[in-house]
Design a protein around this ligand. Structure first.
Ligand code: PBG
Ligand code: ZN
Length: 324
């Protein structure tokens, strides 16, 4: 009989041995939980394509923020639906809009929670594009001044981190300058540096009412086929002053997460987006997969690929599962 001497299975022989040699540890501390705030009071409405996620009025968002902090999740990212939309998206920097009010109220109620504000215009513009429109073209440079207003309004409301998700060129520099000018030198920028034009954003656009009324976002978001460009975008955003680099979506782009992680010395975040979440929830609801196992495996994969921070709608469930 063949004499087998090399036996990797030895390291898998028992739970204790597997624990000892495990290379990647998923932690509740890795998570950012996205929340959707809406106008009104007493609102808590489940988002149909994102079961387990809710449209919340400000006081309910604060309630949820307390639960999130109690679970040990360090951070929330605040998205909002405004009271009004216009051509410029001016409700995005209105201090009385749900996002600004929620940021302020959460900061006051749960000061230890790190609050991330999503900086974009698509939820607030009547046309649903992420910038200033000029004849059906999103005008990059005209958009920068608007993004500066959104970012500084969120910093003023109490955001610890602003996260531009628009993919305009030069927005990190523009936002850094605007924050510094207003004295917000310690407000960080988490740049959606590598954001692909993805079909996986579908459920989010339902939830945030941010589907473009014509065309698509391919003139500003990245082509899913590109990899060198991911590093170009990353390097530019670092030069411009980004503090954290994000790759989005996560699952179909884990190779990119790894490349970015290996190329830079900044924290790397990935966004486990709405379509990724919806697929898992739908399969689980049908009894086709074991949700807990699949979610923890997926999030571990993101961590193993190099993500230091994972923005995920699974954060609350995963935190509970990790705590046993
Ligand atoms: C807005 C924005 C999007 C997401 C986060 N911020 C959608 C888009 O670019 O259309 C997607 C998040 C998700 O799908 O979970 N710019
Ligand atoms: Zn947008």
């Amino acid at each position: 009989m063949f004499e087998q001497r090399l036996r990797p299975r030895r390291m898998r022989i028992s739970p204790a041995m597997r624990d000892m040699v495990r290379e990647t540890t998923l932690s509740t501390k890795d998570f950012v939980y996205p929340i959707f705030v809406v106008p009104g009071t007493n609102v808590r409405e489940e988002i149909p394509s994102m079961p387990g996620c809710y449209h919340l009025s400000v006081e309910n968002a604060v309630e949820l923020a307390r639960e999130i902090a109690a679970l040990g999740i360090p951070s929330v990212e605040v998205f909002g639906l405004p009271e009004y939309k216009d051509e410029e998206g001016s409700s995005a920097w209105d201090m009385t809009s749900p996002v600004q009010r929620a940021i302020g109220a959460i900061k006051k109620a749960v000061p230890e929670l790190i609050i991330v504000g999503d900086v974009c215009l698509c939820q607030y513009t009547s046309h649903g594009h992420c910038g200033h429109l000029c004849d059906h073209y999103v005008d990059n440079d005209a958009t920068l001044a608007l993004l500066q207003k959104v970012a500084t309004s969120q910093a003023e409301a109490g955001a610890d981190i602003v996260a531009p998700s628009d993919m305009m060129d030069g927005r990190v520099r523009a936002i850094r300058e605007a924050l510094d000018d207003k004295g917000f030198i310690n407000t960080s920028i988490m740049s959606y540096a590598v954001k692909y034009a993805s079909g996986y954003y579908g459920p989010f656009r339902d939830a945030a009412d941010s589907t473009p009324s014509f065309g698509d976002r391919r003139q500003y978001q990245m082509d899913p086929a590109n990899r060198h460009e991911a590093l170009k975008e990353t390097m530019l955003d670092i030069e411009e002053g980004a503090d954290i680099i994000m790759v989005k979506p996560a699952l179909a782009y884990l190779d990119i997460v790894r490349e970015v992680r290996d190329a830079i010395h900044h924290p790397v975040a990935c966004y486990n987006v709405s379509g990724e979440y919806a697929m898992v929830k739908a399969a689980a609801a049908n009894g086709w997969i074991d949700e807990q196992r699949i979610v923890l495996e997926t999030l571990t994969g993101m961590k193993r690929a190099g993500a230091d921070i994972i923005i995920t709608y699974h954060a609350i469930d995963a935190a509970k599962w990790l705590q046993g």
